[in-house]
Write a protein that binds this ligand. Structure first.
Ligand code: PAF
Length: 281
């Protein structure tokens, strides 16, 4: 069963006294990556709530807010397709900020690693993300919430938000789902021309290559940092960086759990990808 709500008050009353709520926040234009989060929530919870809202607060001026694909009817059809007869799903698709913040929106400040990587490219982006996620968590009061690890920095910052507020919500990070070519699935891939789609694989290939360089044990951390600096001279790379997995801190030794993250510019589109791995002993 699937029911769509546009009103915050109505979804709140539908959720009153519900146990074991799984929550998948999205901006819609669902692809197999989102569907993998929904499937996981269906497996782990009695009831799954999926929000679909293109959140204006997380877009800076000049970003693609107006062009961001809005496909609610198709999204609902895609969700229905993966449901079995006893699944119970509520879709929350608020129509505007006025619905979510009837008493005025107060933008909160993100904590955690918010000024590096995406934060250095998109001023105020993570403040916009934590503001909407906090609002949605308050309305839905989930027990578990599912986030794709393509947006790894967002996942770390949301974990930090939950920890800081001591909310009893388990944050579950889900693996990146890829196209057959290997590129990470993203709603923004639809902005790419066929030619850009072919070039997009460069990001994944570079991450894999750097990982194998690190795993070869032939290079020191200083040499790896030099290779990263060389890649970052390519204007297509908005960044290519190596951080610790847990908190996205700088890496001080190569024998730990690390993540290579990249943001690759193709035309007006910024593509994200990353690889998590444990460095050589
Ligand atoms: O990852 C996204 O799609 C968005 O940042 C989120 C978490 C739904 C908040 O708008």
């Amino acid at each position: 069963m699937l029911t769509v709500f546009h009103s915050a008050l109505e979804i709140q009353s539908a959720l009153a006294n519900k146990k074991e709520i799984g929550f998948v926040p999205t901006m819609g234009n669902l692809h197999p990556g989102h569907l993998s989060l929904i499937k996981k929530s269906l497996q782990e919870n009695n009831l799954t709530v999926i929000s679909i809202y293109v959140n204006p607060t997380q877009f800076a001026i000049g970003e693609d807010f107006n062009d961001y694909p809005r496909t609610l009817t198709e999204d609902v059809a895609k969700i229905k397709k993966i449901l079995s007869h006893d699944d119970h799903v509520l879709v929350f698709a608020p129509t505007s900020d006025a619905e979510l913040y009837p008493h005025g929106k107060k933008v909160i400040t993100a904590t955690g690693p918010c000024d590096i990587l995406e934060g250095s490219l998109r001023a105020g982006h993570f403040d916009g993300v934590v503001t909407i996620v906090k609002k949605l968590f308050e309305l839905i009061a989930p027990h578990r919430a599912y986030f794709g690890k393509k947006d790894y920095q967002q996942y770390v910052i949301i974990r930090e938000l939950v920890k800081m507020n001591q909310w009893p919500i388990q944050i579950i990070g889900m693996p990146i789902i890829r196209e057959a070519s290997g590129i990470a699935m993203s709603s923004r891939n639809s902005f790419l021309s066929p030619h850009e789609m072919l070039s997009a694989i460069k990001l994944r290939e570079t991450l894999l290559q750097l990982k194998s360089v690190i795993m070869s044990k032939n290079y020191s951390l200083t040499q790896i940092n030099q290779q990263l600096a060389d890649y970052n001279k390519d204007p297509n790379f908005n960044y290519l960086a190596l951080h610790t997995q847990e908190s996205l801190a700088p890496v001080s030794t190569l024998n730990q759990k690390m993540i290579l993250l990249g943001n690759y510019q193709l035309g007006t589109t910024k593509l994200l990808d990353n690889i998590e791995f444990e460095g050589p002993a």
